[in-house]
Design a protein around this ligand. Structure first.
Ligand SMILES: [Ca+2]
Length: 149
């Protein structure tokens, strides 16, 4: 039963032939990118609307379901704009922690039939940054990608 549910969440065994390509522009990081961390129930699944054809589902709702986007390069210590691309069902909220710092709240609104975006300033260090997406109380949006500018 659980196995069947997992198979359903991952989509068909043969994925749709036409999936959108990943965003390889500077500052773009797919949520499903290899090297990211998906903890607990959080996992990448197919999404025909999404950049790269995948999104990260099951983020938030407790302390152990979260996703961390790693390898975010900045060539200076500065405040940059983080634009979050996600599938949002109504109003949902992320807690966002940059490099392990206290979290910033990001409230997003949208509908499941499109990718919604929201932008907030984040402090980056010079070098490799990590950004953790989570929420302890409620399910957060399904993360497609982030763009740093
Ligand atoms: Ca994606």
């Amino acid at each position: 039963m659980i196995k069947d549910l997992k198979a359903w969440q991952h989509g068909p065994a043969t994925p749709p032939v036409q999936l959108p390509p990943p965003d390889t522009s500077p500052g773009a990081y797919e949520a499903e990118r290899v090297g990211n961390v998906y903890e607990g129930a959080a996992e990448p699944v197919y999404c025909k609307l999404c950049s790269g054809g995948k999104k990260m589902i099951n983020i938030g709702g407790n302390v152990y379901d979260f996703a961390t986007v790693k390898g975010i390069l900045s060539t200076e210590a500065a405040t940059k704009q983080l634009t979050v691309h996600a599938i949002v069902d109504g109003t949902q909220t992320y807690r966002i922690s940059v490099n392990g710092a206290d979290s910033i709240e990001l409230i997003m609104t949208g509908t499941p039939d499109r990718v919604s975006t929201a932008t907030l300033p984040v402090p980056l260090i010079n070098g490799i940054n990590t950004i953790r997406f989570y929420h302890h109380q409620a399910r957060a949006p399904e993360l497609d990608k982030i763009v740093i500018s």
